[in-house]
Ligand binder design. Sequence first.
Ligand code: NAD
Length: 446
Amino acid sequence: MNTTMEAITEVEETLSELRQTFKSGRTRSVAWRKNQVSALLQLIHDQEDEIFKALYEDLGKHPVEVYRDEIGIVKKTINYTLSNLEKWVAPKKSRLPLLLFPTSGEVLPEPLGVVLIFASWNFPIALGLDPVIGAISAGNTVVLKPSEQAPACSSFLANTIPQYMDSKAVRVIEGGAEISELLLQQKWDKIFFTGSPQVGRIVMSAAAKNLTPVTLELGGKCPTILDSFSNPSDLKVAIKRIVGGKWGPCNGQACIGVDYILIEEKLASTLIELLKKTVKRFYSDSPKDSKCIARVINRGHFERLRNLLKDPLVAASIVHGGSLDEENLFIEPTILLDPPLDAAIMTEEIFGPLLPIITLKSIQESIEFINSRPKPLAIYAFTKDEEFRQRILLETSSGSVIFNDVLIQFICDALPFGGVGQSGFGRLAYNLDYLGLLLLFLGLKR
Ligand code: NAD
């Protein structure tokens, strides 16, 4: 769609239709909500091969990765929703002061209205559909704006959703920044945004005009602290997890991916050797030819990543990898040792296959290092030192802290997922945190 009068009319008509549907009360019925969520399950089931194809086309993702990070996540969300929805929408009795006896009070979950969802391109199916499941199961109508940077997935969603879901309640509008700006000029009852902090600011200021509540799922630089281990096998396990977490999901293009490692100087050479060995083991001598590792999304991001390496001091810090294949949009897993801290690679979110290692005199300094930067979406810390763990928990602030593993918070049903400060706010449903979900999408009425 382009921003001609035609596009403006289409956006306005869509919104008006969705508002009408919401006002009709149809979306409030639990049967309707379950029916829509089940229709989405059917879509995923029928169109699995098309999803594999679209994600291969956009990002070169391996089918196992697609199943783990996209299809499986959405199916899990749907099944969890279908088994819990009735419980979530039921009124909850409140305890009132004795003084008010015999008055009774209840909290009634209530849908907000029309929800606008922006998805990012790195997990274009899961990060598009999971918030849709949340909004629908809370009784709202929805516009989904997939990312234009994953065009095959965007058109897959635009073509298939109307075939399965109530198109008077769920709509997909495709397009880039211009369409997004047009959407943001409208009045919504909730905006759910997944993307960069830069665009997050634009979304929030547009929402402020109508006092529309927003959830911002943003990014940032997620540090990984690697303490020393007395048992060498603990170190090996840590390295395997770091390598799998850095290059496994979308080749480093993940909001909760490992951005950089903090380690004591004396351990750096051992770490580099183990990282190199493990990268080789996981992705072969020639990762470019491996089908298990995703490609950079497009030329724009390829250029952005190339620029991060252009600084001569950064280039000089490469200790492994560094080769770039522009034609195939592939950047080799690349490890850097102590690039300058004021270089873009250490001030901007990397969102790609480059992994800086920053050395410290003592690992305890990592707390100050992290605190001198914007609050990250996640902190990973490999340590067995209980006192140090407590310091990390009490003295740092981030969306989540994970000890001795990476990325697993994404699939922990009972834990809330989201950022703090520059990494966002609000809690997302895509890790199935439906307590969070209800608080997000439902107004609470006494
Ligand atoms: P982005 O901010 O460029 O785009 C996100 C969405 O905003 C897209 O739908 C895009 O069309 C729209 N958009 C772009 N420019 C706009 C403008 N000027 N006005 C209004 N809307 C506009 O982000 P991205 O490149 O798609 O995704 C990468 C970022 O997302 C990274 O920072 C990453 O960490 C973050 N992310 C966060 C999470 C999370 O759960 N916290 C998950 C995935 C990605």
